[in-house]
Design a binder for this molecule. Structure first.
Ligand code: DP6
Length: 316
């Protein structure tokens, strides 16, 4: 019997950055994310008559196998072992996985991969664990994946994520790919490094205050306050990177040009997209459903120089 599951990626607006050591990815602070339903991973599991679990690419039209490093593969297999133990499943399996976006496009697939693996494993013992238990387990594989089990908005405060009711409707997402290259410092390493920044002091309180402000702004449709809060948050995270010891950074001149273009729109229209950046050089823009025209204009502009992936029109 072959089981299959898929899960979306997600973009955090208040970031998970910094963990409590030795707790299996318990975060230093709470985070909130929006699911990216158009950026997904599929995982299949088939029983194997071997002595160990194996990973292989899932070959299917329209999907691309992730390029898993040895460390990445190890982390994935370890998570599957954790899932089997929690579910009381014995035997070995071939895990196949693939994304509907290329692995070399500069968008991380760890959240969608680990969430899809968690959901696929759960199907080996249907109904055994509920979604909050699955979220807690997924977190131990890769922290941000615990939010991918709840859509569209997920709030993660400690052990696992939960759904949060926010009346924004379906947002339009565009990722401007400033660079698709491999990062020198992975997000897992970034979690450790940020604690060496003098700015880490007060970080948890700042993140919590912004989380409170963002949720109430989104609930009250105060898009301006939502924009300012998301902006302060990604800048805070990148400044932590840039002031760590040793310092590192992901922001490039082109990242700055893209975020500044969004700020410029805000300054003359009094409106615009939410802007955020993850632990990488690429820029994520989120538009309300009624901002479709603006979204298309901005994407057209950025496509003169960069690849842009959108939730409404794919790649060009
Ligand atoms: C910057 O979930 O990739 O994307 O738990 O070590 O696997 P591990 O880290 P990961 O960290 C993601 C960090 C982030 C912000 C976020 O998604 O909240």
């Amino acid at each position: 019997m072959i089981v299959e599951a898929s899960a979306p990626s997600n973009i955090a607006l208040i970031k998970y950055m910094g963990k409590i050591e030795g707790t299996g990815n318990r975060p230093a602070n709470a985070s909130i994310s929006y699911s990216l339903e158009h950026l997904r991973t599929w995982v299949t599991l088939e029983p194997l008559s071997g002595a160990a679990d194996e990973w292989a690419p899932l070959e299917r039209a329209g999907l691309a196998a992730p390029e898993l490093s040895a460390v990445g593969r190890e982390k994935f297999l370890k998570h599957f072992a954790r899932m089997k133990e929690a579910l009381g499943v014995s035997g070995f399996f071939r895990i196949r996985s693939a994304n509907n976006f290329p692995s070399d496009c500069g968008l991380a697939s760890s959240a969608s991969s680990f969430a899809a693996l968690t959901l696929a494993a759960a199907q080996l013992q249907p109904g055994r664990l509920d979604v909050s238990e699955l979220s807690r387990l997924s977190r131990q594989g890769s922290g941000s994946s615990c939010r991918s089990l709840f859509t569209p908005w997920a709030l993660w405060e400690g052990e696992g994520a939960e759904s949060v009711e926010i009346p924004t409707g379906t947002l339009l997402h565009a990722a401007v790919i400033v660079s698709a290259g491999v990062k020198e410092v992975s997000s897992s390493q970034a979690h450790e490094r940020v604690t060496t920044s003098p700015r880490f002091e007060g970080r948890v309180a700042r993140a919590h205050e912004r989380l409170r402000r963002l949720i109430s702004a989104l609930k009250e449709s105060d898009w301006r306050v939502a924009f300012d809060t998301c902006w302060d948050e990604f800048v805070d995270m990148h400044e932590l990177f840039e002031t760590s010891q040793p310092a590192f950074g992901y922001r490039r001149a082109d990242s700055k040009a893209v975020v500044d273009a969004a700020k410029h729109i805000w300054s003359f229209k009094g409106d615009g997209p939410l802007v955020t950046m993850d632990a990488g050089p690429n820029v994520h823009l989120l538009f309300r459903p009624d901002q479709r025209e603006l979204a298309e204009k901005m994407v057209k502009f950025h496509r003169e120089k960069h690849k842009v992936i959108t939730s409404w029109g794919g790649w060009t």
